[in-house]
Design a binder for this molecule. Structure first.
Ligand SMILES: [Zn+2]
Ligand SMILES: [Zn+2]
Length: 235
């Protein structure tokens, strides 16, 4: 559970830090500390921008065309959907923009309005992004995860994404957002209403008697909905 590239660990040096896997990017991956490039989602990429331009099939081919036309610009702007209003905006490579999820300051403020909403937003963003990474990589590699094979054997057709425990979620988010001070219990508290609405699901346990901690994942059916509509929608 140790975060990658822990800048507070005295054993971490520039040599042991991992670089972004995009050949045209020389930034390091930071999953610790609250700077603009710190993010808790991507293990091989430095940012949302680098992950998306090398993982989403339609964006890969779009960007390849642009770079072929202009090889001196290996980091063309790409599209992303705003997590508030849902409209497309331009996601840029520059370090202070590469993890942008809102089209504007207004949309960011609208989403974060409300008491103690920040924890819920960060948990949703974490699980939603992890689900997206998961589904994209299984499309690219065509690989099955264990649950998927098990479910197939049981005649179910929907693959179950990788789940995350409350302890893992709080650890990952606190590493990048230390002021959240999330506890595993606090994560469960915030997940409960999201479970009731079906935005988050539990990975089925292998047996009724299993004492493994519950793992949660984002319901893929809601992947295209902006985070704001999941939080502020009246049900
Ligand atoms: Zn990168
Ligand atoms: Zn917006």
């Amino acid at each position: 559970m140790i975060g990658k590239n822990n800048i507070y660990d005295p054993n971490t040096t520039l040599e042991t830090m991992t670089k972004c896997c995009r050949s045209t990017c020389d930034r390091y991956i930071s999953q610790q500390g609250g700077n603009r490039m710190s993010q808790p989602f991507f293990n091989d990429h430095c940012s949302l921008y680098c992950w998306k331009i090398s993982s989403v099939p339609s964006i890969i081919s779009y960007a390849e065309k642009l770079v072929a036309q202009d090889p001196l610009k290996p980091n063309p702007p790409i599209e992303h959907n705003c997590e508030c209003c849902g409209s497309k905006f331009t996601l840029n490579y520059a370090h202070n923009w590469a993890n942008q999820i809102f089209c504007s300051k207004e949309c960011q403020h609208k989403t974060y309005s409300g008491k103690r909403i920040k924890h819920t937003i960060k948990i949703l963003q974490f699980l939603k992004t992890k689900q997206l990474i998961d589904s994209t990589s299984s499309v690219l590699t065509g690989s099955d995860n264990t649950y998927e094979s098990e479910l197939r054997a049981g005649n179910h057709t929907t693959p179950i994404p990788t789940g995350w425990t409350a302890a893992e979620i709080s650890y990952k988010l606190n590493s990048v957002h230390p002021t959240l001070m999330l506890t595993p219990g606090g994560v469960v508290q915030r997940i409960l209403p999201l479970l009731a609405k079906g935005y988050i699901c539990k990975v089925p346990k292998k047996s009724e008697w299993s004492r493994e901690p519950t793992q949660y994942y984002f319901n893929p059916a809601h992947q295209s909905e902006p985070i704001r509509s999941l939080i502020h929608r009246k049900v």
